[in-house]
Ligand binder design. Sequence first.
Ligand SMILES: [Zn+2]
Length: 402
Amino acid sequence: MIPIKRKVYRGYRTVDSFPVLKRFRLARELDRVPSRELRLSKTEEERVNEIIEKSVVISFHDHPEVFPENMDDLMDYIRTGYTALGYEGLAYSGLDAVFDGLLDGIAMIHSSDPWSWENIITQIGTRLADLAMQDMVIKVERVEDIYRAHSEGKIGLILHLEGAPTGIGHDLMKLDILYGLGVRCIGITYSIGNELGGGIADKVDRGLTDLGYQFIERCNELGILVDLSHVGDKTSLEAIEASGKPMAITHAGARALWPSNRLKPDEVIHALAEKGGVFGVEAAPHTTLTLNRRRHDIEAVMEHFQYIADLVGIDHVAFGPDTLYGDHVALHKYFRRLLSIDRIISKKELPDYEEVEYVDGLENPSQFKNIVRWLVKNGYSDEEIRKVIGENILNLLRKVWR
Ligand SMILES: [Zn+2]
């Protein structure tokens, strides 16, 4: 295998100036598990490589960082405040840009609230300090930065908070601060509702609050993309209606295919697309299953893609695989409560499905290329593929960012 990007640095996992992570054995970034590479003919594989080379390839949501090999070390690792970005894995990914969800819902560095201001600023600060040590990965603040990453053989990171910091609705100046630090995409709530609106784990979604309306208005003014992935249905519909700019669901799937709260009903997908929004298809373990395919793998994920593309048109679909380097299933188990796992992908409420150790074919951010392989194998045109692996997101960002 030849790295697609030039690898120059291995990040916090090895650098002497940040010895704090040296005591952890981190997961292998490539080939941690035997997740399959889709098989194509030689000419098909050449076409895949040509498409990736010529197109701007963007992941709408991933956590491109490396977790400990032994997930019992997870909490100690998080408490250090440093997480190792997967430079090696990213060099092989074919991605030009990634919406980087940081540690988000598990960022309990200084306190037990991952969404506290201090925890959020620490994650952003340590990530930016890491980026400053090298030049393969750059921070993206404008659409031009993504094109620059593509043309210069680099990878752009877009700072992306899946939920809003606790209490931000009472102090919207914090949105300006986050914008200043480079945050370009933010969720209204992270599964559990807050002062802005309801989340997907709430028993009752009470809808967008007055503070929520102000939050969206300020995001629109600043040019921050609003993400509805973890937002409740009612709040999502009200937010789309209220927003002067199109919105995103960076990582989810279709509830019509699998009856989980983590996924979105047709009504929300339609409303998003009608206002020009883009839907990123998710692949985190046990999320985008389907009634036809109860063992989570790339085929199940792509069923969600096909359904949403048929529902609202291919111009409104992208991919936000929501993967990481390490054992994602163990992470879900470790933080079952914190991530509201029981309330959103609970076995009790859902039809029977097979538990897997990893999502075969889409196990980590470096397997994004398998999406392109699948699209080539299944008869999509170069133009359609270019749209869903990056162009649709670029068009959306042109409307929302400055
Ligand atoms: Zn998420």
